[in-house]
Design a protein around this ligand. Sequence first.
Ligand SMILES: [Fe+2]
Length: 214
Amino acid sequence: MSEQARFRSFEESTHAEWALIDARFREYQSDACRRVLEHLGRLKGDHHGYPVDRYEHCLQTATRALRAGADEEMVVCALLHDIGDDLAPANHAEIAAGILEPFIDPLNTWMIRHHELFQGYHYREFFGQDRHAREAHAGHPAYERTVRFCDEWDQTSFDPEYDTLPLEHFIPMLERVMARAPFGGLPDLVPEPELETEMEPELEKGMARQAGAR
Ligand SMILES: [Fe+2]
């Protein structure tokens, strides 16, 4: 089999082609952590007027979470929570939530997704908005953790003098989280003989229909 599928549409695709693509996808998926880290590095230098750049802010948030005794998954959330700042400045939380969602507790995904609103408690009044808007989510099972994330680690992480840990410290943590089976596992390709057996009754039915139509 060549290194690339030859179909022009999925309708034409074969089991062998999907086996090739499936193997390639798994390889690509397992390397996603490296690409995420590469992207995080792109936040270096752009401070957007803040006292520290977004890279330092992410590392500092993760450092504070770690030093406060947060578990590894929470530290990883802190590390990536603003990674979407360059690609989706108006909707950045969705990027980090999307990257980590397949590997983490849904409550932590919710936390990342809502952190901007919760963080707003500390600045929304400067924009004529209600700083208490997050209270609309009071009672949500991730409410308390999101408040803590923002109040103790995120909104405090703009200190240029803080003793922030380097990225290397967090890489093994991110690698462990992203090495988990996404969404609990990818669907496996059905072995070809099994696929044929399953297809047979359908084919027979189709042939019978055709014969009947003649
Ligand atoms: Fe942040």
